[in-house]
Design a protein. Sequence first.
Length: 119
Amino acid sequence: MLAASQWEAAYYLLGYCIECALKACVAKQFRLHDVPDRKLVNSFYTHRLDELLTISGVKSGMETQFKADSKFEINWNTVRDWSETARYDVGVTEAFAREMHDAVTNTVSGILPWLKTQW
């Protein structure tokens, strides 16, 4: 999307990457042959990244990572305000889309690479 100058789409889909990664962390808590907690399951049906972080089981690890890597915390602050309603946003700038891309994918301090180590 970035290569095609589709800034809005890039921003929107990058946010979904984080949503799916957090949901993978939540899903890790589900056990075969166990009925999952109803509250956890109901909480799973959201697009809000802050709520997903809370139920993901990785929040304390993320807070520890903030202390170890200030750029990681900056990246989370960039990502956390994403909303699924971004699909309706027009006017996302190239700079904003690229900032989101770096916050999500940076190999050292990116949110997605770190989340991949958690599920």
